[in-house]
Design a protein around this ligand. Structure first.
Ligand code: AMP
Ligand code: MG
Length: 405
């Protein structure tokens, strides 16, 4: 008998199980860190910038020397020298003086503002006319304005983006503590499957899911290993699962229903305890979905239909892999207005493949109708639209949750 859970119940069960699993980590070179998960918060180790800087090309001044200045009545200041990039200013600034400065140059002591070169005029080479007043702080960035020593810049569990990598480099880090990538075993089951490099005989099809799921594992921050195609035979499946035990997470596709040729649930139960925790989720596509634990390792049995496998992966496997890597971030969720009516049975969550597009600055979704078992609909689409469990249908114009795919 299937114990069918709602999507929310299934997620909850998976994540409570996953939360007791241990996150392992390592120091790695910063250059390789994008997409990896921080294992400890990142505390700013020094003020940034370390010195007051100009944000414009122009003249470093004392703001009060420019007060009341207009085009008709410019302030005249003596040029005391030039601040060179990467160097300490040659002299401090005294009242009545200005120093030439470039964007990023160090402000001399005494200066609290920079006048843009566009608002200045040279009178000979010793005097500059200032045509605009500047307020204290204008066109400058002061020490610690970007980041202050001691503040938390990134939390543990954060997935590093390119800008985070840049910020770490700014603070002098070339290594960073991240979690290990979960190692994921992928097995396809089905007597009809052949490897993608083979020509299928009549009645056979190429194995899509090994490659599809491996790609999804990579995108979710894991390292996939393909364990191949397993025929629909109980003993062969059990043998393959024993081999897969060494991995952090095991994903099977196919054979997850309750038919006579569906051996996945039985094989997981035979492998060890506690075995299958639930079998079936009230959703479409992807209802025949198995989740089990054996020796503290998570096992997923996804429906063989590639689109169903994809939905099952996004909803359940991806969050678990992120959990194993120590992250709770939920990537790729958006909201979009649907551009046609959709019918849906109450009592299950429906996922429609859709194309997101911009209409007058707003995000809209055009559902792609077509069978769930067509891989082309997920290729042509760029999102999955979620129809909540209790909805009996959606009217054009309603806002739905969309998962980018
Ligand atoms: P199953 O979940 O085993 O009942 O399979 C459901 C459907 O998905 C069947 O039409 C299978 O032929 C197909 N299928 C199963 N596994 C794969 C796979 N790895 N690649 C492509 N199609 C598959
Ligand atoms: Mg099958």
């Amino acid at each position: 008998m299937l114990t069918v859970l709602t999507v929310a119940e299934a997620k909850e069960k998976i994540l409570t199980t996953a939360s007791i699993m241990q996150v392992r980590g390592n120091k790695i070179p910063l250059i390789d860190a994008v997409g990896r998960v921080l294992t400890r918060p990142f505390i700013v180790s020094d003020d940034l910038p370390l010195f007051n800087r100009s944000t414009m090309d122009g003249f470093a001044v004392m703001a009060k020397d420019t007060f009341g200045t207009t085009d008709a009545m410019p302030a005249l200041l003596e040029i005391a020298g030039e601040v060179l990039m990467g160097q300490i200013p040659p002299v401090p600034l005294s009242p009545g003086y200005a120093l030439r400065i470039s964007t990023g140059g160090m402000l001399p002591d005494g200066s609290d503002a920079v006048v843009m070169v566009e608002y200045t005029e040279l009178l000979g080479n010793k005097t500059v006319a200032i045509h605009r007043a500047v307020a204290p702080g204008e066109n400058t960035i002061i020490r610690g304005e970007d980041m202050k020593m001691g503040e938390t810049l990134l939390s543990a569990g954060h997935i590093l983006r390119p800008q985070d990598v840049g910020a770490l480099a700014a603070l002098g880090y070339t290594e960073v503590d991240v979690s290990d990538k979960p190692r994921v075993a992928i097995l396809s089951t089905g007597d009809e499957l052949v490897m993608p490099d083979q020509t299928p005989k009549p009645g056979q099809i190429r194995d899509i899911n090994s490659y599809l799921l491996a790609a999804m594992v990579k995108q979710a921050g894991g390292t996939p290993t393909l364990l191949g195609i397993i025929p629909d035979q109980a003993d062969e499946l059990l043998f393959a699962l024993k081999e897969a035990r060494a991995f952090d997470c095991i994903i099977l596709s196919g054979g997850s229903s309750a038919g006579t040729r569906d051996h996945t649930a039985a094989a997981i139960n035979k492998l060890g305890n506690p075995g299958v925790l639930f079998h079936g989720v009230s959703m479409r596509p992807g209802k025949p979905l198995i989740f089990g634990i054996v020796d503290d390792k998570p096992y997923f049995g996804l429906s063989g239909n590639p689109t169903s496998a994809m939905v099952g992966f996004l909803l359940f496997v991806q969050p678990l892999l992120l959990h194993l890597a120590g992250s709770r971030e939920v990537p790729n969720l958006l909201q979009a207005r649907v551009d046609r009516n959709l019918s849906s049975a109450s009592g299950r969550e429906d996922y429609f493949r859709a194309v997101l597009y911009d209409r007058d600055g707003e995000l809209w979704a055009r559902p792609l109708l077509g069978q769930a078992n067509l891989i082309s609909t997920v290729v042509r689409g760029n999102a999955l639209l979620r129809i909540p469990q209790n909805s009996e249908g959606i009217e054009a114009g309603e806002i739905l949750e969309a998962i980018l795919i």
